[in-house]
Write a protein that binds this ligand. Structure first.
Ligand code: ZN
Length: 356
């Protein structure tokens, strides 16, 4: 299970990042939430200090493509991601949920116990698992019956592991966040999910983390620790701005900030920067909550009639359904060109077993 990380150097450079990010966060703190009604002229310094400390925002942190999304795709690479990520999630008390692609548990058609053990690790850490389909098909290009069969194939191992504690997978995350290009398919699949005991796991904070993560893998395979660290530093600043964008979108659409659902992937980048990433969120005033708690907010019952190719966030689906167009969506942050360049330029694969 334990395996050396692909390259440990960047972590040292990252240790100081939490404080640096806290200092450069641009969000005005006063706008975060209404003051509690008792906190008026009579409030003491102690009460003010307590209010300043209390998280006023909530976020459910979700990871796709378990057991891991990795350029090398080897069992050793999956182990490196899983070990660091789970330790980081527990250390930061983040009640995350991971969405599994069970095809990644197999090598040449044979189920790998070492890979199944990664999923068990999530459950043993007190975290939840959900279904992300077996092989990550696209609902927009796959016949619905095939797509649905793939979803059921995706719960076999996960369901067996969860059954040991009396639980079962109850959330489904659409691959590519695509939900169909016609309303009949979209509604038929929603009915299928409900029939099989699943609730859709929406996303409110989408981002280009997957571009950063793949670029980070490329830099590490090239043994370029300096580049990997530069990518990681840029990632943290970028994610801070992504939160700012989606917080503003929520206020513009709903008049308040809903409990957010953050989409990340189980990859080496997040495994290495989970501490400063968690610091960034805490500094913005977030408490970490389970997905089911975030979804209690009535905003998640908003009408969604969006159909199309876009793998877009749920607030954007609600906004389109409500008739918002054009400028409303402007300003979404993007990964800088230097990251996109590294992303587009994969290194030669090292000798040994190929990608899995
Ligand atoms: Zn995915």
């Amino acid at each position: 299970m334990r395996a050396p990380r692909l390259g440990g150097a960047p972590r040292v450079a990252l240790l100081a990042l939490g404080g640096a990010l806290a200092a450069c966060s641009s969000e005005p703190r006063a706008s975060r939430a209404a003051e509690p009604s008792l906190d008026t002229a009579a409030s003491s310094a102690d009460a003010r200090a307590r209010d300043a400390m209390a998280p006023t925002r909530r976020v459910a942190v979700t990871f796709d493509d378990l057991p891991a999304n990795s350029f090398l795709g080897t069992t050793a690479a999956f182990a490196s991601v899983t070990d660091s990520l789970l330790e980081g999630l527990v250390r930061n008390e983040i009640p995350a949920i991971g969405f599994v692609n069970e095809t990644k548990l197999y090598v040449e058609g044979v189920l790998q116990p070492a890979r199944t053990a990664f999923l068990r690790g999530w459950l043993e850490a007190g975290l939840e698992l959900g279904n992300h389909s077996f092989s990550h098909p696209d609902i927009s290009t796959t016949p619905l019956d095939e797509y649905q069969a793939d979803v059921l194939a995706g719960e076999e191992v996960t369901g067996r592991l969860m059954a040991e504690t009396g639980a079962a997978p109850r959330y489904f995350r659409h691959p590519f966040l695509r939900t169909g290009t016609d309303i009949e398919t979209k509604r038929a699949f929603e009915a299928f999910l409900a029939e099989h005991g699943y609730e859709v796991a929406p996303v409110t904070i989408d981002n280009q983390e997957w571009i950063y993560a793949r670029a980070y893998d490329h830099a590490q395979v090239r043994d370029d620790a300096e580049l990997a660290a530069r990518i990681a530093v840029s990632y943290l600043t970028y994610m801070d701005s992504v939160f700012g964008y989606y917080e503003a979108q929520s206020r513009a659409l709903l008049g308040y900030e809903l409990p957010q659902v953050l989409l990340l992937h189980a990859n080496q980048l997040n495994a290495d920067v989970i501490d400063p990433l968690a610091d960034m969120m805490r500094d913005r005033g977030y408490a970490f909550v389970p997905l089911e708690v975030a979804l209690e907010d009535p905003a998640y019952d908003s009408p969604d009639e969006y159909v199309g190719w876009g793998g877009i966030t749920w607030p954007h689906r609600w906004a389109l359904t409500a008739g918002e167009r054009g400028d409303f969506f402007a300003g979404e942050p993007e990964a800088p060109e230097f990251v996109q360049e590294v992303f587009r330029d994969p290194p030669p694969r090292p000798p040994g077993p190929g990608p899995r």
